[in-house]
Write a protein that binds this ligand. Structure first.
Ligand SMILES: NC(=O)c1ccc[n+]([C@@H]2O[C@H](COP(=O)([O-])OP(=O)(O)OC[C@H]3O[C@@H](n4cnc5c(N)ncnc54)[C@H](O)[C@@H]3O)[C@@H](O)[C@H]2O)c1
Length: 376
């Protein structure tokens, strides 16, 4: 199969979907790889490094889309990229369609087969292609929150870890999955007082063991959150209902219960945001204020540390890319429930139920959309 790697064009996005190691694996397995000139530069990977492993460098995205059957990307396709997709294409990337109805319709219209990294799900309900970026985003969330609490940046002017004789800041993490765990661990490491909220009791048990008494775990009811909010300096929102629009865990009215110039970091913004007052921001302009509360809602947080993120992401995606190229998408969809769950759009239909619900279109199971027979 011919695999294409375009340069990412979303604002402040420096990751790339394939490393030279990935090119090597694909070429050794008999595939062809075309990489857009300069695609790796944001992650400190030169064109020559791709060429040395057998990739061909092409001048622009139009050539990548024109030549390749499988397009591997990092972020959701931007409008100019959607316009280049055709029914013969397999698109493998993050899509986050529950937050973008227009993109859902655009992809359906393209006829391409679109597999979303974030809904590929293993037998235990884990998300192996979201997890590496959630690990990164969780760690950045606390770093960014600590920074935004500084007075010159509009924050309350409190140091996350305090100093001897002066109390540390209070950090509330809502959603104790991969993002929440890593955000809490960094906050604990910085010396903050940390409260981690989730609605999944087995997960709270795991967190309790992992924190070893260095943070409190709390069941996330509206009342429990409201009772703690007046004491909180930094809230990190990290909830996820797989593939669906994020539920709102803090409303505009509840902002009034918080200290002035406290900070909200909404990591769930890529799924529409988990605070009522959230709207997506960029690394260039990461924050805005509502009712005296700073909001940080960057939708591609890992894009800020591409040297870490590109390698963390491609370590996880590479085996899937290799299988899709070697066996073809249809065989992978039939044989792997992980890949099947990843398909969001196929043959013009929306094949992921929560996305279909948000877009207001019928949900069609992928096997039906593609006329495949799945045994188990
Ligand atoms: N902004 C970014 O750059 C960026 C990067 C990576 C991940 N993310 C996003 O971060 C979010 C979290 O990802 P994750 O990998 O940690 O997911 P995860 O599935 O590992 O964890 C989500 C947690 O939220 C909990 N939850 C669900 N509803 C809840 C509620 N109402 N109250 C409290 N807890 C609730 C779940 O029980 C689960 O433990 C996702 O939306 C993901 O797409 C954003």
């Amino acid at each position: 199969m011919k695999v294409g790697v375009p340069t990412e064009i979303k604002v402040d996005e420096y990751r790339v979907a394939l490393t030279p190691a990935g090119v090597r694996e694909l070429v050794d397995a008999g595939h062809e790889v075309v990489v857009q000139q300069g695609a790796g530069l944001g992650s400190a990977i030169a064109d020559e490094e791709y060429e040395r492993q057998g990739a061909r460098i092409v001048p622009d995205a139009a050539t990548v889309f024109g030549e390749a059957e499988m397009i591997v990307k990092v972020k959701e396709p931007q409008p100019v990229e959607v316009a280049m997709l055709e029914p013969r294409h397999l698109l493998f990337t993050y899509l986050h369609l529950a937050a973008d109805i227009e993109l859902t319709h655009g992809l359906a219209k393209s006829g391409a087969l679109c597999i979303a990294y974030e809904t590929v799900e293993d037998e235990h309900g884990r998300l192996p292609l979201l997890a590496p970026m959630s690990e990164v985003a969780g760690k950045i969330a606390t770093q960014a929150g600590a920074f935004m609490l500084e007075k010159p940046l509009g924050g309350r002017g409190i140091l996350l870890g305090g100093v001897p004789g002066v109390a540390a800041a209070n950090v509330m993490v809502i959603g104790g999955g991969v993002v929440g765990y890593h955000a809490a661990q960094v906050a604990i490491g910085m010396g903050a007082t940390v409260y981690a909220y989730d609605r999944n009791i087995p997960r709270l048990r795991e967190l309790d063991v992992a924190f070893g008494g260095r943070a409190d775990t709390c069941f996330a009811t509206t009342l429990a959150i409201e009772e703690r909010l007046p004491d909180i300096d930094l809230v990190i929102g990290a909830v996820l209902v797989h593939g669906a629009k994020a539920p709102h865990v803090i409303t505009r009215e509840q902002l009034g219960m918080m200290k002035r110039h406290a900070v909200l970091v909404d990591v769930s913004i890529d799924q529409g945001g988990c605070f009522e007052t959230s709207r997506a921001t960029t690394h260039t302009n990461p924050t805005y204020e509502v009712d005296g509360i700073t909001h940080y809602c960057v939708a591609n947080m890992p894009g800020a540390v591409p040297i870490t993120s590109t390698f963390a992401l491609t370590n996880a995606t590479m085996p899937f890319i290799l299988d899709l190229a070697t066996f073809g998408a249809e065989k992978c969809i039939v044989n792997s429930s992980r890949v099947r769950k990843g398909v969001n759009v196929a043959a013009g239909q929306v094949t992921y139920e929560p996305v279909a619900d948000v877009a207001g279109v019928p949900y069609v199971p992928v096997e039906e959309a593609l006329g495949l027979t799945v045994v188990a």
